[in-house]
Design a binder for this molecule. Structure first.
Ligand code: DAH
Length: 343
């Protein structure tokens, strides 16, 4: 009856070999997918072991094969856990967040030098109780020239000096029209500053550019004098340029002020020794100023006997040049950040 004994014997021998082979394969598996494939091969429904189990006829063989199955299931579970842990370790090592590493540096922006001047001017005048206003850049001839008492023959009225948009419409050549707009919209006393862009058909030089910014001031009250104007200008210049610069006032002429003066500041580029910025004079003209002309009061319906006032208009770029020591105006209109970062 050797045929009866044979399956058990064969199964027992096969089982031991099978177990060794399977254990070796499981130990060598390096991915979960590989492990799943091995599981199907050694323990799946159609595996040698499962088929042998289905054909078992005696208890001993059954116990042997079941022991192998259990041993293998255990080995699979163990290897699966090992692979999971290894995967987690790898993920932790590669995705880890090291809170001690220095962070990415953020590029910090800075204000354009002209904007820095604008804010200084605004702060200074807000501190003096002035109102800030903003007016149109496209202006009528009436407001840009007529109401400011420019004579009909004044050279600024020529298209050679001024950008005309129509017969009676220009790109404003100065912020002074704000004086008229303000006096037409408010009852004095008024204290206002208007800041913005102005346009002139000028050739580019170290200090001139066809577009630039001005700050315009106007104070109208009872009994305002030239001393108030000088004190106010001196205060603003101290804010913009510090206490060390020297300031002087020269007499001048403007159609809308009488008397008129021009404030000069000692050159901040060369310290007064002489350079292209100050045309080798040591002084830079900052703008114009004066006492509001009676004709301007009349043009806005105010009685010059009742009111007096002063006005001034200064360049922002020129102020920036003096404050930061920039010999040329052009970099202030450059979009190149490498240039602007220097100030
Ligand atoms: N508007 C003049 C200019 O651009 C500057 C100026 C002079 C403004 C006298 C004033 C002033 O307010 O009173 O050249």
């Amino acid at each position: 009856m050797s045929t009866n004994d044979e399956p058990a014997t064969v199964a027992a021998v096969d089982a031991a070999a099978l177990q060794d082979e399977a254990l070796a394969a499981v130990a060598a598996a390096s991915t979960p997918a590989e492990l799943t494939e091995l599981h199907t091969r050694y323990l799946g429904r159609r595996s040698e072991l499962k088929q042998a189990l289905r054909n078992v006829r005696d208890r001993e063989t059954g116990m042997t094969l079941n022991a192998v199955r259990e041993r293998l299931e255990q080995a699979f579970a163990q290897r699966e856990a090992e692979l999971e842990r290894a995967a987690l370790d790898r993920a932790l090592a590669s995705d880890g967040l090291d809170v001690t590493l220095p962070g990415d540096e953020l590029a910090v922006g800075q204000l354009h030098p002209t904007t820095q001047i604008r804010r200084l001017v605004e702060d200074a005048f807000l501190g003096l109780g002035y109102e800030i206003r903003d007016d149109r850049e496209v202006e009528t001839v009436e407001y840009n020239f007529d109401k400011l008492a420019f004579p009909s023959t004044h050279s600024s009225r020529s298209p050679r000096d001024t950008f005309f948009i129509g017969d009676d419409v220009v790109l404003r050549t100065e912020t002074s029209p704000s004086q008229i707009h303000h006096l037409e919209s408010r009852e004095p006393p008024v204290y206002m500053v208007s800041i913005g862009r102005v346009y002139r058909r000028d050739a580019i030089t170290p200090t001139r550019f066809p577009i630039f910014h001005q700050f315009e001031g106007l104070a109208v009250d009872g009994g305002i004098t030239l001393a108030d104007l000088k004190g106010t200008l001196l205060h603003v210049m101290r804010v913009l340029f510090g206490d060390d610069r020297r300031v002087r006032f020269r007499t001048h002429f403007f159609p809308f002020t009488e008397p008129s003066i021009e404030p000069d500041v000692s050159c901040g580029v060369c310290g007064g020794a002489g350079c292209r910025m100050c045309k080798f004079s040591g002084w830079v003209e900052l703008g114009g100023a004066g006492m509001v002309d009676p004709r301007v009061f009349e043009n806005v319906g105010l009685d010059p006997e009742e009111w007096s006032g002063f006005a001034f208009g200064c360049g922002l770029e020129r102020s920036a040049q003096l404050r930061f020591g920039i010999e040329e105006i052009r970099p202030l209109f450059s979009p190149d950040l490498r240039v602007l970062r220097q100030f």
